[in-house]
Every structure is written in structure tokens, then in C-alpha cells.
Design a protein around this ligand. Structure first.
Ligand code: KG4
Ligand code: ZN
Length: 336
């Protein structure tokens, strides 16, 4: 089954063609990041406009790169939730139009589920059940993926997402948006024991995260140094901050793995590209004898190939939308 998939939940307009959930025939991503960088973050209104301008060409390019036409496609999958509402609406309406015009089924895909599916493309042997850490710019979840479309949330952030914390800390250190990637690179050069940062935990909720205090601690540290005329060692601060965030993520993830008795760990979302997170999960998995699956680097961030993969499994489970499908800004990963 060939699925044409569309993603427009944030600042990437993307389309792909994926066969039977695992084989990517084409994948096109048009990023708006350069434009949003001017404002230090995603400007929703600009994002919607750029999606509307590029979506036609991006979908046409995905078909052309796969040497296919619409008549060769069996279904259309689209990210409908969660995300920026105006941005999501562009993809959803475009997909609805295509579905209506061609008579092909329309498959609604949850953005975080699609991040998890990036692993089905990377690892052909991977099948649920597994325990997954989903860490992106907007979400930080520990999810038990019981089946392709059956998820149970084990833990989640109470405030900022891990990616958001990385981006805000990086911004305070003068790095361009999205700073998470840059902070990760600079951290590789630093001493992670140089600065002492808090390790926030939530009493009674061992799998939940809280990153806002950690972010504030870095901001205060920088401002205090500025006021006293002291210089901050950027490499060391990036390394210490990254270690603190990754420590919170891995502590809770492996506590959940132990308590739930899982033997497979999966990483997903933009932050799964983080060098230390990948290194640390690999080390701990080896130590504990657990299987580890991480997405290929080019599938960690937003793309439509992962939407085509998850779309296939949503279709198999009977999740097909009608022409009244709407975009939804907030929706739990276990919505159905
Ligand atoms: O999944 P994603 O592409 O978009 C959302 O769905 O939010 O995640 C983007 C987030 C950004 O916050 C970005 O800074 C972060 O992922 N990110 C990283 C790295 N690469 C991307 N954070 C830390 N280290 C990285 N290497
Ligand atoms: Zn994402």
C-alpha cells in the first residue's frame, strides 16, 4: 500500500510517499527555520503562510521524486494534531482536498505517534510492544507503545518540554533558534562537572519531568555572572546543562523500564538527535541488556515519511477520517 503523507504541524512543510509503512519512496522537507530565526522562535502566523505557499510544490516534488502520479497512490495521510492550529490546518485542508478529488481514503495521524514511527522506517525489525521516550520541542513523554495504535502514557513533563528547555537555555547563551542543536555541539567541547545544576524530580510521580526550574537556574546563573562581571565558560555550561537534562530523561526512562519490565527502549522526536542522550541510552541499555532503537538522524526532526509510516498502521487499525476532519492543537497521544 502506497501512502502520500503530509506534515505541517510546526515550521516544516513536508510530503513523502511510503510503501507498507516501512519503505520510503520519497521524502521532501521544506524548512522555514531561517525565517523564524530572525524572531528567535516560530511565529505561528508566518508558519501558516509559508505552509500555504509551499505545500503544492512540496507534494508535487514528493510524487515526482518517487516517479509516481496521484493515481498510483492508495491513501493520503496527514498530521492533524497536535501542533500550531493555523499550520496544521494548511496540511489538513490540502489533504482533504486531495482525498475528495481522488476518492482515496484520508488517514489522520497524531504527530507524536509519527515521531515514534520514524523508528519503524529506521529499523525494519522493530515491532511493539516497547517503551518509548518521546522528546520534541513541545512534548516530553514516556510512553508504553503496546501496539502500533495503542499507547499508554507513563510519564510526561509538568511544564517545559526538553527541546524547549534546550532552546531557551541556548537562547540565553546567545545561540540562534533552534538552539538545541547548537548547544549539543558546543557541549561536546565542555566539562560537564564545571557547573552544578538542580536535578528536579516530582514527589510521588517518578516518571514525570519538570524542566522549567533547570532552565531558570541556567538563566539566573548567566544573569548573576553578568551582574558580577564574571565570564561564563559557554562550553562548560552547555555540557553541564545538557548532562542535567539528559540525566532527568534517562533516570525516569530507565526507572519506568525496570518497573514495567520492558526489554526494548525506543527514542523519538527532535531531541532524540541529541548526542549525549543517544550515547547515554546506549551505555545504559548495554549495561542492562536492553534492546535500543533510535531513529536515523534525518528522521528525528519533523518530516512526512514518519507520517506515512504511522498512517499505514492507523489505516490497518481502521482509523480513516471523513471530509469533516479538523485540525486539533492539543490531543493526548492515547486519544483513541
Ligand atoms: O520533533 P521536533 O523536530 O519538533 C517538534 O515536534 O517540536 O523537535 C524540535 C526540537 C527543538 O527544540 C530542537 O532544539 C530540538 O528538537 N533538537 C535538539 C537537538 N536536535 C534538535 N535538542 C537537543 N540536541 C539536539 N541535537
Ligand atoms: Zn515534531
Amino acid at each position: 500500500m502506497r501512502i502520500l503523507s503530509i506534515e505541517s504541524s510546526c515550521d516544516e512543510t513536508a510530503a513523502a510517499i511510503v510503501e507498507d509503512g516501512r519503505k520510503v519512496l520519497s521524502s521532501v522537507v521544506a524548512s522555514q527555520v531561517e525565517e523564524h530565526r530572525l524572531y528567535g522562535g516560530v511565529v505561528p502566523e508566518i508558519a501558516s503562510r509559508r505552509h500555504a505557499e509551499s505545500i503544492s510544490a512540496v507534494v508535487a516534488e514528493a510524487l515526482s521524486q518517487a516517479w509516481l502520479s496521484l493515481s498510483d497512490i492508495d491513501a493520503i495521510a496527514v498530521t492533524f494534531a497536535p501542533g500550531l492550529i493555523g499550520a496544521l490546518l494548511v496540511g489538513v485542508n490540502f489533504a482533504k482536498g486531495l482525498s475528495l478529488a481522488t476518492g482515496k481514503p484520508l488517514i489522520p495521524v497524531h504527530h507524536l505517534r509519527s515521531h515514534i514511527a520514524a523508528n519503524y522506517i529506521t529499523h525494519s525489525e522493530l515491532k511493539p510492544p516497547f517503551l518509548c521516550l518521546v522528546v520534541s520541542g513541545g512534548h516530553s513523554h514516556i510512553v508504553m507503545v503496546e501496539d502500533y495504535t495503542k499507547m499508554r502514557v507513563i510519564g510526561a513533563t509538568r511544564d517545559d518540554a526538553a527541546g524547549e528547555a534546550f532552546d531557551k537555555a541556548a537562547r540565553t547563551m546567545g545561540m540562534p533558534y533552534p538552539g538545541g542543536v547548537e548547544l549539543d555541539k558546543v557541549a561536546e567541547l565542555g566539562d560537564d562537572t564545571a557547573y552544578t545544576l538542580p536535578h528536579p524530580t516530582i514527589a510521588g510521580s517518578p516518571y514525570d519531568f519538570s524542566f522549567s526550574g533547570l532552565k531558570t537556574a541556567v538563566i539566573n546563573l548567566i544573569h548573576n555572572a553578568e551582574q558580577k562581571g564574571e565570564t561564563i565558560n559557554k562550553e562548560n555550561l552547555c555540557a553541564s546543562f545538557r548532562k542535567a537534562v539528559v540525566g532527568c530523561l534517562t533516570d525516569n526512562l530507565f526507572k519506568a523500564a525496570e518497573d514495567l519490565g520492558t526489554d526494548k527502549i525506543v527514542l523519538a522526536g527532535g531531541v532524540s538527535a541529541n548526542t549525549l542522550l543517544r550515547r547515554e541510552t546506549e551505555r545504559i541499555c548495554k549495561e542492562k541488556g536492553l534492546g535500543l532503537f533510535v531513529p536515523k538522524l534525518n528522521l528525528c526532526g519533523d518530516n512526512a515519511a514518519m507520517v506515512g509510516s504511522q498512517g499505514y498502521y492507523e489505516y490497518l487499525s481502521g482509523n480513516v477520517a471523513q471530509s469533516d476532519l479538523n485540525a486539533v492543537a492539543t490531543l493526548p497521544i492515547d486519544y483513541r
